[in-house]
Design a protein around this ligand. Structure first.
Ligand code: GLC
Length: 731
């Protein structure tokens, strides 16, 4: 009876909140319709125009926002303006306009605001969705306190090509995991109520397929089948829309022979019509005008025409809309309905943020002072930073450093606040805790040497460096990339770490002292000599404001590393693009002989997707199938995981699936589930994965999601290579 009462109360509550939502929506529609009736065509076009208020994050930044245009209601949004006082100034200008429509302020808050969080790719290595969501929550709170309403994040582009510098902004190579991360980040940024003043609009970008730029060359063409797009690149965008992302950003690249910014298929047919997306689409930087560079529009007027027809709602920076849309409508070439649809979509987001009630609700300088850089933010940053670190090698249990007295610390990256921030950073650089500082705070006896020149990557003072190593208990080498080496317009033909940096490690290993390498990078990098010679290697990425503390906590065992690689690390540039979910081909590599391989380089990666060690060890046993529930769960696969080492540790238990025979060619395996578990020494836990349509299905070449009967192989393990299999037949 009690349960019945509970359920009926829940049902009544659900019906009540649905009725309330409908009432709120009706009220919003009435308000916006009333406002739009008063707007002139010029004012409507103004809402579709966004200007850069300060620094440029792209070329041709022609129209630095002029307050007089804002006061005339001819600009609807600014990017690259932040700060409660600064945004208030511009908002006051907007309040002088005839209809007082508030401005929307956007900024690239990609991995934390003033408290820097790990790179998104690093955060993805945590495989801790809750921590990732909390990181976005912190970023939203700090950004909102600084007058921002909107971030151009999360970037959800899947990429298999580590030459592309922007892999640092995403969640790696896997669409299943990338979809879950997209949802977590949208929820973290938007919360469950955009009317709260500590939530901000998210932006799913870059739609679509930007991570598949040919040859990993940024801004390059993208060319793929619809089946390839649907199965490997589309899912995180779709997941972001389903998570309720308020905005999307169109990509620079062409897709199916059309610039994404002018693609009616992407923006109107797929996003708005099929997925039912109700938010708005903003162009990436000058990509409306760049349709001329694509040679898809002969002039700005045609670019404006193709953009609005395709469903591109707000034009960032280039002024094709502001210069041409009014005349296009007056000439009857563009229906006012298209303009009205775009305007409504934008005004709805401003309404949901509560900006019509109070345009200055995000411009609270007192709140800015108390929220930004809070201890809560730093604690969250350290938490997820520790979990983003991946242990790649640990011979003879060099780590953790328990009773270490003297440390030879080598490498200027260990002192570089700027490089710990990485690209696309809003962090207060001066408040970044470096490795050197954190070790000092820990009371470590440090014998520091640069070891190599960060600019020339040449070894310096080798004798002095080797002497320091000989006088110490352990050698810690901070090496890898500087912040400028990964990010937008940072594609590399060679992702190898400088030979001299690697040679220095080999020389240090010859001293006979234990050497720990910290690989600091924004992407998968190649370091074969270090992999061969160094006994211990941690991939520490760029971890942001708490970098030094997190790395020390892992080095000294306060936290046992649990990260797993969200992208495959190649052995050789020639292998790229290299990814785990490759297809068998007609001549699988495993067959040998006449098979898919190179004659001059290996085919295997240095480290596979999902790989990461722990200070303890885990054993997988007793893999078995359990009955499904007959209500959508076909079967369940169970595995027992045991901590067989002497440290408490966390393991990311992974489920992969292979469809043995299908109506299209399918990968040899795909991640379709994971669970991060914590085990004490000697403790065992049985992890169970449900196997549903989501695990067995795929998109066919008509982009329809289908499930086919037949043989499947289910695989479980701690990475994408070392797996235990069990067969399953779907009848
Ligand atoms: C940049 C980036 C995009 C960013 C935008 C605004 O060129 O491609 O990710 O959000 O411009 O800064």
């Amino acid at each position: 009876m009690k349960r019945l009462i509970t359920y009926s109360c829940m049902a009544i509550f659900a019906m009540g909140s649905m009725a309330q939502n409908q009432k709120d929506e009706a009220q919003m529609n009435r308000f916006i319709s009333g406002l739009m009736k008063k707007m002139t065509l010029e004012e409507k076009v103004g809402q579709l125009s966004q200007c850069s208020g300060g620094f440029a994050t792209g070329p041709d930044n022609t129209r630095i926002s002029r307050t007089e245009d804002i006061s005339k209601g001819l600009i609807g949004s600014l990017l690259n303006v932040s700060g409660a006082a600064n945004t208030r100034k511009y908002q006051e200008a907007a309040m002088k306009s005839r209809l007082q429509i508030p401005l929307l302020f956007g900024l690239d808050v990609i991995h934390g605001y003033r408290t820097g969080f790990p790179l998104p790719l690093a955060e993805a290595a945590s495989f801790d969705l809750d921590a990732i969501e909390r990181g976005s929550r912190c970023a939203a709170k700090e950004a909102a306190a600084a007058g921002l309403h909107w971030t151009f994040a999360p970037m959800v582009d899947i990429s298999w090509d580590a030459r592309w510098g922007r892999v640092m902004e995403g969640a790696g190579e896997d669409p299943y995991y990338g979809s879950l991360v997209a949802k977590a980040r949208v929820h973290g940024l938007q919360g469950d109520d955009l009317s709260k003043e500590n939530t901000i609009l998210s932006c799913i970008k870059h739609f679509a397929g930007y991570g598949a730029a040919i040859a990993g060359k940024d801004y390059n063409s993208v060319d793929m089948s619809m089946g390839q797009f649907a199965n490997f690149y589309m899912p995180p965008y779709k997941a972001g829309a389903e998570a309720g992302a308020a905005t999307f950003m169109s990509a620079f690249n062409d897709f199916n022979n059309e610039p994404s910014t002018g693609s009616t298929f992407l923006l109107r047919e797929l996003l708005k019509n099929q997925w039912g997306f109700k938010g708005f689409v903003v162009s990436d930087w000058g990509s409306v005008r760049e349709m001329m560079n694509h040679r898809y529009a002969k002039d700005e007027k045609e670019a404006a025409y193709k953009g609005i027809k395709a469903g591109l709602d707000m034009e960032m920076v280039s002024e094709c809309y502001s210069k041409n849309l009014v005349s296009l409508v007056k000439e009857g070439k563009v229906s006012i309905k298209l303009v009205d649809d775009a305007v409504r979509r934008i005004l709805e987001q401003k309404y949901k943020l509560g900006l019509f009630d109070d345009p200055f609700r995000y411009c609270d300088e007192e709140r800015e002072r108390t929220v930004i850089g809070s201890q809560e933010s730093r604690k969250e940053a350290c938490y997820v930073s520790e979990r983003s670190i991946v242990l790649l090698k640990n011979e003879n249990s060099v780590l953790p450093l328990s009773s270490i007295k003297k440390v030879a610390l080598i490498g200027a990256l260990s002192k570089s606040q700027k490089d710990m921030c990485g690209a696309w950073s809003c962090a207060e650089v001066g408040k970044v805790v470096t490795l050197y500082e954190a070790m000092e705070k820990r009371g470590v006896d440090i014998n520091y040497n640069d070891g190599y020149d960060l600019k020339t990557n040449k070894i310096v003072n080798l004798d002095q460096t080797l002497a320091a190593a000989r006088q110490s208990d352990v050698v810690i080498v901070a090496m890898g990339e500087q912040a400028w080496e990964s990010g937008e317009m940072r594609s590399k033909g060679d992702i190898s770490i400088a030979a001299e940096q690697q040679r220095l490690v080999s020389e240090l290993v010859k001293t006979g002292k234990p050497v720990v390498v910290l690989m600091m990078c924004g992407r998968p990098v190649i370091f074969n000599e270090v992999r061969r010679d160094a006994p211990a290697i941690l991939c520490t990425w760029w971890l942001g404001s708490e970098a030094g503390n997190a790395i020390c906590n892992v080095l000294w065992g306060d936290y046992n590393p649990s990260g797993k690689l969200p992208m495959t690390f190649p052995q050789h540039n020639g292998q790229i693009p290299l990814y785990y979910q490759y297809k068998s081909t007609g001549r699988p590599t495993a067959l040998g002989g006449w098979c898919a391989k190179y004659i001059d380089i290996p085919t295997e990666p240095a480290y596979p997707f999902g790989y990461g060690l722990s200070y303890t060890t885990f054993n997988y046993s007793n893999v078995k199938l359990l009955p499904g529930d007959g209500k959508g769960t076909y079967t369940r696969v169970a595995v027992t995981v045991t901590n067989t080492g002497k440290y408490e540790g966390e393991e990311v238990v992974q489920l992969y699936v292979r469809d043995e025979v299908a109506s299209i060619t399918r990968p040899i395996k795909e991640l379709k589930g994971f669970e991060k578990i914590k085990l004490n020494p000697g403790e065992s836990k049985t992890v169970t994965f449900d196997v549903k349509d989501e695990q067995l299905g795929f998109y066919n070449n008509q982009m329809k999601f289908i499930v086919e009967k037949g043989d499947f192989t289910l695989m479980v393990g701690g990475n994408s290579r070392d797996l235990q299999e069990i067969k399953y037949i779907l009848n």
